[in-house]
Design a protein. Structure first.
Length: 277
């Protein structure tokens, strides 16, 4: 404990492909989409998070919306750094301080990440005032978060379906025994829904509408005890080009997601033989 410890704040960041979460004092203080809007003329970042997400699909040629993370790792170093910086500035408790505190950070990383990708995350964090930066594997953080005692000498399997990647890991004695990372996750599910609506209903829907369908009536199986109500979906009719509305149910969405969910099941079955008996 040093004299300047009162100038240090502790935060935890979950840098996701779809959403970024920041936790400070045991509270989620930032929960926003990992999207950045950039002005092509000046190359300046004009919006991040929710504001940038609202612009998605509605921009003119001078504004481009980018997702700085792809498949759970940093794809655009500059944009991700500015995004993290702006999110940290949004933390209410840090806004009130006169002096900018140095930060002690814990950041989640996918389990199948390379050394170079790991360094990119660390450097991004250090450049936004991170004095001490610790990295933790996502399955490990997920296990601790749901209250699993990871120090026990018994195996626990965690399947963490994110936006860009699905992390499957078997944990025991505070470490990862075996793991697998597959690039089938929330984003692929969204694309599956877009494709299904196009092929089955001749309806063109955007990514945001597909995301809404996934959240409201998304299902992995057709036999649910408490099925959600049908949903009205608006889009563009591919035959006439006019706006059209169709009713869709969770059963249809279960069919749309079937192939991707099977691939996640296969990955789980591939991970099991790797773990010791």
């Amino acid at each position: 404990m040093g004299f300047f410890d009162f100038l240090t704040e502790e935060i935890a960041i979950d840098l996701g492909t779809a959403n970024t979460l920041i936790i400070h004092n045991d509270k989620v203080v930032v929960d926003a989409p990992s999207i950045v809007a950039r002005d092509r003329m000046s190359n300046k970042i004009i919006a991040v998070g929710r504001e940038a997400a609202r612009m998605q699909g509605k921009t003119h040629e001078n504004i481009k919306t980018i997702r700085p993370l792809k498949d759970g790792v940093i794809a655009d170093f500059d944009a991700s750094e500015k995004m993290i910086n702006m999110f940290i500035k949004d933390i209410p408790a840090l806004k009130k301080k006169w002096l900018t505190p140095s930060l002690r950070m814990v950041i989640c990383i996918p389990s199948g990440i390379t050394e170079v990708e790991m360094r990119a995350v660390k450097e991004s964090a250090e450049r936004v005032n991170g004095k001490e930066v610790y990295l933790i594997h996502e399955p490990m953080a997920a296990a601790i978060g749901i209250g699993v005692d990871i120090m026990q000498p018994k195996g626990n399997m965690i399947v963490d379906i994110g936006g860009g990647t699905t992390e499957i890991a078997v944990l025991a004695l505070g470490g990862i025994v075996c793991d697998k990372s597959v690039k089938i996750a929330g984003d692929v599910f969204t694309n599956d829904i877009v494709y299904y609506m196009r092929t089955q209903h001749n309806l063109y829907v955007g990514e945001r509408t597909a995301e809404k369908i996934k959240i409201q009536i998304g299902a992995a199986t057709e036999d649910l005890e408490l099925p959600p109500d049908e949903m009205a979906v608006q889009g563009r009719d591919l035959l006439t080009g006019k706006p059209k509305q169709v009713q869709t149910s969770y059963r249809e969405i279960a069919k749309a997601l079937d192939k991707s969910i099977l691939r996640i099941e296969d990955a789980v079955m591939e991970t099991l033989p790797q773990s010791p008996p």
